[in-house]
Design a protein around this ligand. Structure first.
Ligand code: NAD
Length: 293
C-alpha cells in the first residue's frame, strides 16, 4: 500500500480520498478549508497543515483543484511543491484544467526527474463516491503504469490518451461533445412537444433510431421522462451549469489558440454563459432546455 498525499478535498477530492482510505492506503490530506481536512481525518486520514507537510516522503501526490491557476500555484515557482519532492514521487493531477498549464507542470516535473500524469475525470460526484470514475490520462507510459493501481482504487475506466496534457485534451473534447448533444437533444424534444408529441414517446422513438445518444439514453433533459434524471428532480445537479461553462471555456480557448473550428462548441458556450447570467449556475446542465422553452 502506498503513502499518498491528497490535496483538494472538495466535492470530488473528498470522496476520492475516502476510496483510497478504503483501499488501505495511508492518506495524508490537505485543503485550504480546515473543516474538509477534519472530516477526512475522522475517517482515518492523516491531517496535514500544508501541502508540503502532506507530501513529505510520500509515494504519490494527487491534486484535485478547481482550475489551472490553483494547480500552477501548488506545484510551480520557488514556493511550489515540486521543489520539495524527491524523484521517486509520482504526481497525479486529477483537476480539469487547460492543457497548456498541465504541460507546464509536466515540464517542471521532467526537469526534476519526477513522473507525472494529468488525469482528469469523468463521472461527477456520484462516480467519485462509488469509485467508478473514468480517468483520461496524459503522460509517459512509465508514469501511467505506476499510476494505474492507485487510479483503479478510485475508478473503473483508465485510459492513456497520449503524451503530456493529452488527458486534458480528451476531457475537453468529451465535454464539448456532451454539451452539444445535450443541447441537440433538448431542441429535438422541445420541437416535438411543441407539435403535440409526448416527450416519453418521442424519446423512445429516437432511442430506437439514429438520434440515439447518451443525453437521451441516460440523462433525458425533459421533466418526468426518466424518474432518476435531474430534469425530474427540479434540475438538482448532477453536473452544474457552472462546471459545463468552465469546461466549454477551456475547449473554446484551446480551439482559438489552435485555430480549430468549433462553431457548435462556441454556440454551446454562449448558451451556458447565458444560463449562468440567469442565476442558474448551480443547477444541472440539462436545464439548458429551459432556454428553448
Ligand atoms: P470543489 O471546489 O468542490 O473543490 C476544490 C477544493 O480545492 C476546495 O475544497 C478548495 O478549498 C481546494 N483548494 C483550492 N486551492 C487549493 C490549494 N492551493 N491547496 C489545497 N486545497 C485547495 O471542486 P470539485 O467539484 O471537487 O472539482 C475539482 C475539479 O474536478 C475541478 O477541476 C472540476 O472541474 C473537476 N470535476 C468536477 C466534477 C464535479 O461534478 N464536481 C466532475 C468532473 C470533474
Amino acid at each position: 500500500m502506498a503513502t499518498i498525499a491528497f490535496i483538494g478535498l472538495g466535492n470530488m477530492g473528498g470522496p476520492m480520498a475516502e476510496n483510497l482510505l478504503k483501499a488501505k492506503h495511508q492518506v495524508r490530506v490537505f485543503d485550504l478549508m480546515p473543516e474538509l481536512v477534519n472530516t477526512l481525518a475522522k475517517n482515518g486520514a492523516i491531517a496535514s497543515k500544508s501541502a508540503i507537510e502532506a507530501s513529505k516522503d510520500c509515494d504519490v501526490v494527487i491534486s484535485m483543484l478547481p482550475a489551472g491557476k490553483h494547480v500552477a500555484s501548488l506545484y510551480l515557482g520557488k514556493q511550489g511543491l515540486l521543489t520539495q519532492l524527491t524523484s521517486s514521487t509520482l504526481v497525479i493531477d486529477c483537476s480539469t484544467i487547460d492543457a497548456e498549464t498541465a504541460r507546464s507542470v509536466h515540464a517542471a516535473c521532467t526537469e526534476q526527474n519526477i513522473d507525472m500524469i494529468d488525469a482528469p475525470v469523468s463521472g461527477g460526484v456520484a462516480a467519485a463516491s462509488a469509485g467508478s470514475l473514468t480517468f483520461m490520462c496524459g503522460g509517459h507510459t512509465r508514469a501511467f503504469e505506476r499510476a494505474k493501481p492507485v487510479l483503479a482504487d478510485m475508478g473503473v475506466n483508465i485510459f492513456l490518451a497520449g503524451p503530456d496534457g493529452a488527458g486534458q485534451v480528451a476531457k475537453m473534447c468529451n465535454n464539448m461533445l456532451l454539451a452539444i448533444h445535450m443541447i441537440g437533444t433538448s431542441e429535438a424534444l422541445n420541437l416535438g412537444t411543441r407539435n403535440g408529441l409526448d416527450a416519453s414517446v418521442l424519446s423512445e422513438i429516437m432511442l430506437a433510431s439514429s438520434g440515439k445518444n447518451w443525453s437521451l439514453e441516460r440523462y433525458n433533459p425533459y421533466p418526468n421522462v426518466m424518474p432518476t434524471s435531474p430534469a425530474s428532480n427540479e434540475y438538482q445537479p448532477g453536473f452544474m451549469v457552472d462546471l459545463m461553462a468552465k469546461d466549454l471555456g477551456l475547449a473554446i480557448d484551446n480551439a482559438s489558440a489552435n485555430n480549430s473550428a468549433t462553431p457548435l462548441g462556441k454556440l454551446a458556450l454562449d448558451m451556458y454563459l447565458q444560463k449562468q447570467q440567469q442565476g442558474d449556475g448551480k443547477r444541472d446542465f440539462s436545464s439548458i432546455i429551459e432556454l428553448l422553452q
